[in-house]
Design a protein. Sequence first.
Length: 428
Amino acid sequence: MGYFDVKTTDFEYTGSLLPKKGKSYEETLAELEAMEKIEADELHGHLMLYKFSLPQHEEVGKIAKEAHLRYLKKNALFDTVLPGFAKMEKEVKFMAAEILNGDKDTRVNMTSGGTESIYCAMHAAREWARVNKPDISEPEIVAPYSVHAAFSKWCRFTGIKLKRIPLGADYRADVGAMENAISKNTIAIVGSSPCWPYGLFDPIADLAELAQKHNLWMHSDCCLGGYLSPWVEKLGYKLPPCDFRVPGVCSISADLHKYGYSTKPCSTVLYKNEELHKYHQCDVEDWPCGTYHSEGILGSRPAGPIASAWAVMNYLGEEGYLSLAKRTMEVRQRYIDGINSIEDFKCWETDLSVIVFETGELDMLSVLSGIFQKGFVALPVFEPPLVQICPDPVDDDFVDRVLEMLKETRNGVRSGAITADFLFELMA
Ligand SMILES: *Cc1c(COP(=O)(O)O)cnc(C)c1O
C-alpha cells in the first residue's frame, strides 16, 4: 500500500474510535509502523530537506535525532531548573548571532519555527510603534506580495493591516511601489531573502533605507536561507546583503529547522540590540503565580529541537556547514541543468538554493500530480504557475533519480497518462 491508497476523506467519525481497553505496546507499535510505511518515500518534512545520502553527511541527521531524543521529555519553559539545557540554548543564540553577522549587542530568542519568529518580530514592531508612533491606532505593515503566509496569519490574529504590494517585473520587492504604499499608519516594512515562492532575494538594503527614511521598523525574513546564505557567500557566491550588515535592519527571522539541520520545530528571531529587543517582551505579571516568563509565544515548549540545534551546530562547525552548503549549491546546479534539458521545462534564475521551473505548455498541477504520484514532493506556485523544489545536499544518484522521475512525469503529462486528478484526490 502506498500513501495514495489512503484518503483522509475515507475517515469518518464513528464515536467509538478510542479503545475501551488500551492496546498492547507491541500492537500499538506495529500499527504505528504500518502508518509510517504509508508515508511518501521521499517526503522529508516541510521541505525536501533532511536527506543525507552522502556518507560524510549521514551523521548530521543522527546527531540531531540523538540530541532531540535525549531532551524529549524536558520542558524548555522550565529552563531555570535545566542548567545544562539553558547553557546549550544560550550557546545556540550566540552562534546564531555570529552566523547572521550580528555582534555582542544582538539579542536572540528561540521559537518553534519561522511562523512564530515572524509573529514575535511583528509583535515587537507593534510594541515599538506604540512608543515611537503613539498616534497610530490602525497599524499597517508594508510588504512585497511574495512574503510568507505567516505575515497574513499574524495580521489576521491581531487586526493589523498587511499591505501586500505588487512585485517588480523581476519578481522582487518593488521599492518605489512600496514607498508609495507607506502611509501615516505604517509601522513596519518587510522583505525576504529569499522569498518562498520564487527563491529570490528582495533588495533588503533599499527597503531598510526606506524604513530609516520614514522611521519604520524593518524586518528581514531569512527563515528559508538564514542558515545557508552566510556559508554560500563565504563560498564566493554573490548574494544581496540581508542580515545585520545592512543598516536599518531591526529584526531577522531564521529557521534552524531548515538549512540549520536541527529537528523540528526550531527557529530563531534576532534583534539588532537590546533597545529593540525590549519590545519582544512576552512576560506577564497579572495572574496569581507571579512573573510568567516566556521565550516567545509558546508557554510549555520542547527542549529537544534546541538540544538538536546545539548538537548539529557543534558537530558541523563552520567547516561542516560550508561543506553542506557547497554540496547543496552543486546539487541545485545539477537539478537546474537537468531540468532545463527536459523539453517543456525551464528553470528560473534564483538566488540561493531554491529551484522553480515553468512547465511550458504543460499544466503545472498535472506535473505536480505526477511528482506526488511517484512518491516525491515538490510544491506549487500559482502566480505564475511554477513547480518549486528545495534541494537537499544529496548524492548524484539521488539527483539522477529525481531528474529521471521528472522526465517520466513530463512524458506522462505530455501523453495524457498523467493528469491533475491524482493531486485533486490527494488534497480532497
Ligand atoms: C518556511 C518559511 C517561513 C515559515 O516558517 P515555518 O517554520 O514553516 O513556520 C517563513 N518565511 C519563509 C521565507 C519561509 O521559507
